[in-house]
Design a protein around this ligand. Structure first.
Ligand code: ADP
Length: 406
């Protein structure tokens, strides 16, 4: 099946076009600066020249039109007819309590997505725009929504309830949801494969460390706890988000600095985290470079970042009653040997022994980075959320086809 996978953000759309039978990515690309006269479309087709187009792309509908056009283009395309796009899979950030797995998009599902906008005001509206644009330009093509929250939907109440009046949970669905679910699902499955053991029998801690960061306790193939909560703000320190903090501090700062709700939101989402502490950058490569130059605030940022991950690993080992594997993924998890080394330092008593040489040697791909005699296996595994979305889309669309012929 040929599946177009879309990740629609507020001003960008990332896409990958899969041939699931041949296990191939036929093309991938990115539309950036949607809404501007100088939008950029970068398109990389398999076996053909990569192209970059700059021009006016004012909304998501036009962006999707361009994506379809480059997929069909004579020189840079990979298909001849629109009808060769068998299905479209969308990354949808927030499924709320409504969706515990991927779904075929119907008008009822669209309504439910709109009902969930309040839970993810920054993320769900562009996801919805992406779906509407595909409906317009590829009418009749089945579409599937794959939710960042779904893998965490079986967390037990003790992991998802906050210590606030229960009525607030009932009234406004204020609870912990968790995000990055497709990534935690993918890398925990890959770790089980690499270990040659059934996922159902394993306890795995998965650390997704990118611009956004989250960590999950995956027991028997289900996420039983994760660090992001009601929104992606909770948990680990991230590029520009501060993660866990005393909620009263924000009320205090709002009072002292006279901040409005939206300014407070910007402070928490855009000006905190690595950037906030270091005052330098939200990018781990730049933080590492600044640490090497002796920058003290960058070192604080680095230390808070790695210490917090270490604390979560300890708490998830306690929550699962043990651990078989620790997986690092995401731009930082896959590439930063110094972050991995700092996180794993002094964890031998828990059975985690990092092989410092393998950790440093930067081989590509999936790598076992623990010592041979480490009780707990430590891996770095490149995540592939798009593949999960493509395969889920194929599965759901195939089931639909089967049902319709019954
Ligand atoms: P996103 O969450 O936006 O998908 P990524 O998963 O690409 O982001 O992660 C981006 C982060 O990965 C940035 O902080 C970047 O500095 C970091 N990163 C990428 N390569 C390296 C590297 N070689 N060393 C340290 N950090 C890296």
């Amino acid at each position: 099946m040929k599946v177009l996978v879309l990740n629609s953000g507020s001003s960008s759309i990332k896409y990958q076009f899969f041939d699931t039978e041949k296990n191939l990515v036929l093309a991938k690309g990115l539309v950036e600066r949607i809404g501007m006269s100088s939008a950029i479309l970068t398109h990389a087709p398999i076996g053909k020249e990569k192209i970059k187009i700059v021009g006016e792309i004012l909304d998501h509908s036009i962006a999707i039109e361009y994506v379809i056009a480059v997929l069909l283009s004579k020189n840079h395309g990979v298909i001849k007819e629109k009808s060769e796009i068998d299905a479209v899979g969308h990354r949808v950030v927030h499924g709320g309590e409504t969706f515990s797995g991927s779904v075929l998009i119907t008008s009822e599902v669209m309504q439910a997505l709109k009902d969930n906008i309040e839970l993810a005001p920054l993320h769900n509206p562009p996801n919805i725009k992406g779906i509407e644009a595909v409906t317009r330009h590829l009418p009749g093509t089945p579409q599937v929504g794959v939710f960042d929250t779904a893998f965490h939907s079986q967390m037990p109440p003790e992991a998802y309830l906050y210590g606030i009046p229960f009525e607030l949970y009932k009234k406004y669905k204020i609870r912990r949801y968790g995000f990055h679910g497709t990534s935690h699902l993918f890398v925990s499955n890959r770790a089980a494969k690499l270990m040659g053991k059934p996922l159902e029998e394993l306890k795995i801690v998965t650390a997704h460390l990118g611009n956004g960061c989250s960590i999950a306790a995956v027991k028997g193939g289900h996420s039983i706890d994760t660090s992001m909560g009601f929104t992606p703000l909770e948990g680990l320190l991230m590029g520009t988000r501060g993660g866990d903090m005393d909620p009263s501090l924000i009320l205090y700062v709002m009072g002292k600095e006279g901040l409005s709700l939206s300014e407070a939101n910007t402070l928490l989402n855009k000006h905190s985290g690595l950037l906030g502490i270091s005052g330098e950058s939200s990018d781990m490569r730049e933080i590492e470079a600044a640490v090497n130059e002796g920058n003290k605030k960058a070192k604080y940022a680095f230390d808070v970042f790695t210490y917090r991950i270490k604390k979560y690993i300890g708490s998830y080992i306690a929550a699962m009653g043990g651990v078989d594997a620790l997986v690092f993924t995401g731009g930082i998890g896959e590439n930063s040997e110094v972050v991995r080394a700092a996180v794993c330092e002094n964890m031998e008593y828990l059975g985690l022994k990092l092989d410092e040489n393998v950790n440093k040697s930067r081989p590509d791909g999936e790598v076992l980075i623990s010592e041979g005699n480490s009780n707990v296996k430590i891996y770095k595994i490149p995540t592939n959320e798009e593949l999960v979305i493509a395969l889920d889309t194929e599965k759901i669309v195939s089931e639909q086809v089967l049902q319709s012929v019954k």
